[in-house]
Design a protein around this ligand. Structure first.
Ligand code: ZN
Length: 282
């Protein structure tokens, strides 16, 4: 049970969350949930600087004919081992890439510096460059299933779920999940990564965005205080701040998102994401 008094839903009928989330007759049924905690009326996009550019190039021109030869890859800003392994179709995925380059990467696979030269092992000719199916399964295999992931807050229930529709959100739906926690609760990074922004995020209040090894970003919003700074690396479970009610909210909670970029509008289902790493939410 979400802690009642922490949500302000005075004039709306409270419906089971499952109806709002999965109901196909959705819009009308879900409207009463508009009074939910998280009210991002203003688009916070401008407040979230795009600190990371997504570039991936190969220093040696690669063609299908050259696929069997080992090559050198120069790390660009915004790269991760997962992204590189994905785009270069490294068989064995990021783990193989990391194993082959551990000497230059060092002890933390989530931290690679621009300019670093990685060796990409030659691949068998049996792997055609044009096979979409092969690439898709290869991309899937890069999912670091044994990478350490954890909940951003312990033992909290979800107040407002992902994709719950509502007019107070600029996107028309809730772009994350709200964990019901009182102000002052420790908020932790769900996995190791690099802080790409930490500061005021407009409607999101005090927020932190962290890039992870798989190329995804986690966002922690409405905090009362921050414990990390942009550029800093964090470990799984490391404190990034304490919860609060800053920004556009009606009560204290943690708004948590998973994104494909550092920016608002690239959200994916955070519960499904955590579950894919073995972390069950609520
Ligand atoms: Zn929210």
């Amino acid at each position: 049970m979400p802690a009642k008094g922490k949500h302000r839903r005075p004039k709306f009928l409270r419906l089971p969350r499952s109806i709002a989330v999965v109901g196909t007759g959705g819009a009308a049924l879900a409207l009463p949930l508009m009074g939910a905690v998280c009210a991002h009326a203003a688009a916070p996009a401008a407040a979230v600087p795009s600190a990371v550019q997504k570039v991936a190039t190969v220093s040696i021109p690669g063609t299908a004919a050259e696929k069997t030869a080992a090559k050198t890859y120069v790390v660009k800003t915004g790269d991760t081992l997962v992204k590189i392994a994905d785009r270069q179709h490294v068989s064995g995925g990021w783990k193989k890439l990391y194993a082959d380059n551990r000497a230059v990467v060092g002890g933390d696979p989530t931290v690679i510096r621009p300019g670093l030269k990685l060796t990409i092992a030659g691949q068998g000719a049996a792997q055609p460059a044009t096979s979409t199916a092969t690439q898709a399964s290869a991309a899937k295999a890069t999912g670091p299933a044994d990478a350490g992931y954890t909940l951003p807050v312990e033992g909290a229930t979800i107040g407002t779920g992902y994709k719950v529709p509502g007019s107070m959100w600029s996107s028309g739906y809730h772009t994350g999940v709200d964990f019901v926690v009182p102000t002052g609760t420790t908020i932790r990074s769900v996995a190791a990564g690099t802080v790409v922004s930490a500061g005021w995020g407009g409607a999101y209040g005090n927020q932190v965005v962290i890039q992870h090894a798989d190329g995804r970003y986690s966002q922690y919003a409405h905090m009362s205080a921050l414990s990390v700074a942009a550029g800093q690396t964090v470990t799984e479970g490391q404190q990034v701040g304490v919860s609060g009610a800053t920004g556009n909210v009606t009560g204290p909670h943690l708004h948590f998102e998973i994104r494909t970029t550092p920016d608002y509008g690239s959200d994916v289902d955070p519960v499904a994401y955590l579950r894919s790493y073995g972390v069950v939410v609520g």
